[in-house]
Design a protein around this ligand. Structure first.
Ligand SMILES: [Zn+2]
Ligand SMILES: [Zn+2]
Ligand SMILES: [Zn+2]
Length: 351
């Protein structure tokens, strides 16, 4: 994440809605990554020039669920980030409004990183065959009334589905304990699922599969059988020698998505560090090996700082040589997607 500020000079966090110093209501413009003051009617203040007509997203204006600005010429009243939504939960029920706000904040963080990495992004409204949708769905089944079917967080054909209960801390911790996971966050889910989406794009590139399979395994291996086995028998023995997490050992596609998610954790956190500390270099200016090296130092320091505060490790993972090779392949894949490189067979991407 980059460092952001209000026009009055105060430091503003990416999720903020209001300046703590001048008290102005603020909106974030995803076209220039800057905050702007918003007037009472929801428009960017100081119109009359190029700013004329830009306004706070209606999800921000009506529900305080978004702090992004929509363009003046917008077809809808939504910002770029909210355009990715297909379904949101019924806001008149329970805590859905506050859960949705949490989901939106995390989705915006994911989109910010994907945009920062220069990845091709479009909504499924714009590109019905290749675009992306988010479904934020309430699991009515879990309340015991047998309404609807259980909602599973996951990815299918361009749609990232998130069970809104993932935004509810107690429920999420219960799930984390049941699955014996050392890390479970809304942002982590979204990063993982975005990996499945971009994998689908990459498979259209000539030669991609041939380079992917020696590293991750056979992607066409029976998926439901593998997942059933994982949930029945647990992770592969000695999983930590080859995988970033136990779940990554379930199937090569899950290994890819877990590794992709970790690449985004690494990229975003290195970017944040470079914005706060002069001696840290922006990950865009680091080679892959230097990124891994910097991330080793930074994640160790993060864990130690948390321990100093009596808290648990924010990054309870170890990157061994096998995982490093997988992360390198994700790094190369992002480069390929960014440059719209379509052939992997003739000219392998630079490492
Ligand atoms: Zn201010
Ligand atoms: Zn919005
Ligand atoms: Zn997955």
């Amino acid at each position: 994440m980059i460092r952001l500020g209000c026009h009055c000079g105060a430091e503003i966090s990416f999720d903020d809605r209001q300046c703590p110093r001048c008290q102005k209501r603020l909106g974030f413009d995803p076209t220039d990554f800057c905050f702007y003051p918003i007037d009472q009617d929801g428009f960017v203040e100081g119109g009359g020039s190029s700013m004329d007509g830009r306004a706070l997203c209606s999800n921000g204006q009506d529900y305080d669920a978004c702090n992004w600005i929509r363009p003046a010429a917008s077809q809808t009243s939504l910002c770029y980030g909210c355009e990715f939504n297909r379904y949101i939960p019924n806001l008149s029920r329970g805590h859905n409004l506050s859960l949705w706000r949490t989901l939106e904040n995390n989705k915006k963080r994911l989109l910010f990183s994907l945009m920062g990495l220069g990845l091709p992004l479009s909504t499924r409204w714009e590109c019905p065959d290749s675009g992306l949708f988010f479904d934020f769905l309430e699991d009515l089944h879990e309340e015991g009334n047998n309404e609807g079917s259980p909602i599973t967080t996951g990815y299918l054909d361009g749609v990232i589905t998130i069970n809104v209960l993932e935004a509810e801390p107690i429920s999420r911790i219960r799930q984390q304990q049941a699955a014996r996971e050392v890390y479970r966050t809304v942002l982590g889910h979204m990063r993982h699922e975005s990996g499945h989406y971009f994998y689908q794009h990459l498979t259209q590139d000539q030669g991609f599969q041939g380079q992917y399979e020696p590293i991750f395994g056979i992607a066409s291996a029976d998926y439901s059988e593998a997942l059933n086995r994982y949930y029945r028998d647990g992770a592969a023995e000695n999983w930590s020698e080859s995988f970033i997490s136990p779940y990554a050992s379930a199937h090569p596609l899950e290994d890819w998505a877990e590794t992709w998610g970790h690449y985004l954790h690494m990229y975003d956190t290195l970017e944040t560090a470079s914005n706060f500390f002069e001696h840290c270099t922006n990950p865009d200016r680091l080679s892959f090996d230097d990124k891994i090296c910097a991330w080793g130092d930074l994640s160790t320091a993060l864990n130690e700082m948390n321990r100093s505060l009596g808290m648990s490790d924010p990054y309870p993972f170890a990157i061994n040589e096998r995982v490093k090779d997988k992360l390198r392949f994700v790094n190369d894949s992002i480069l390929a997607l960014k440059t719209r490189k379509k052939s992997w067979a003739v000219d392998p991407p630079p490492s």
